[in-house]
Design a protein around this ligand. Sequence first.
Ligand SMILES: *Cc1c(COP(=O)(O)O)cnc(C)c1O
Length: 396
Amino acid sequence: MMSKLALDGGQPVRASMLRYAGQSVDAADRRAVEEVLRSDWLTTGPAVASFERSLCDFTGARHAVAVNSGTAALHAAACAAGIGSGDEVIVPAISFVASANCVLYQRGTPVFADLCPDTLNIDPTDVERKITPRTRAIVAVDFAGHPCDHDALSGLARNYGIPVIADSAHSLGAVYQGRNVGTLQRFNTFSFHPVKHITTGEGGAVLTDDEKMAHSMRSFRHHGIDFDLHARGKINSWEYDVVTLGFNYRIPDINCALGISQLTKLKGWLERRRAIVTAYRKAMAELPMLQLPEERPDCLSAWHLYVVRLNAETLNASRAEVFAALRAENIGVNVHYIPIPWMTHYANLGYGRGQWPVAETEYERLLSLPLFQDMTDQDMTDVIKALDKIWNAYRR
Ligand SMILES: *Cc1c(COP(=O)(O)O)cnc(C)c1O
């Protein structure tokens, strides 16, 4: 006989809340940060350039421009891509809202596309349907760490003469047809928020093979100042010129030192995430209430999130009830993400509901289970135990 759900007053499977994601910071990370704090450069110093080189070494990209958030990276890419007033940019209907906000920052118009049912990534067929003469870019999010259909998207980009901005916030370390994420599109943006694969506290970067774009984004993160005029001896050394409108999106050396140290551990962390996923898949394969995430044969996911889908017809409980029951068992589940056009700000801009059949149907079934490199085997067992309890309580 299974025990009573914690939601109904039973004993939870564990005593403390298991988070769904989170950073790993060790003594080497702390030493690296302290070293910067003892140096002359807290910002715009050698650790920034060194972090950028490390990102290039890890991915094989030619240029990296580090900034102070993943959102700033998207904004820099949107500006460098030339997005302006009235330009349309195609964005997946489900992502973190920053994927679409970056278009609004540039006074462009996000046009939401539906998702592929297997990966929940942007569907290239729907993207093509939504291309108009005003389309200026496509934002491609590698949802949960699984690469998009990048070849199909690159093909569209070529045919219509527009760039793809790969929002790779979930997919640092993923591989698409043998090629590393970070090298797949003209712009490849990353986030180093603590829930992501590596952290700098807050931080982000754009990777590109295009030297001109890299140069323009370096200026964008620093008020639009053209420091090249000095290099070319065009002006006196105290002078500077602001050539376009930029922002202060600089990332401190303090943060970059943490990023460099984190990156040395990423390979092992990706392996650990994959091992957790393998164990999850084995343990959950027999649970009819779950549809498990799949990896396409030409991809290696970076497994940022473990997003399962609930098979409602097998249960006497809604997603909200399953969510609450898991939280009561101290399993920190989450939902990634509410469709962006459903947000009040977007509704106020005129976006409606009911236009993205896959995204809006699948959203109702989504549940993110805990997945991060520091999870112990006991943590995994707790997640599986809690799911078993819930299946036994709610099975139809
Ligand atoms: C985290 C995230 C961002 C934003 O990154 P920040 O560093 O938090 O600004 C953008 N897009 C996606 C898909 C993300 O998950």
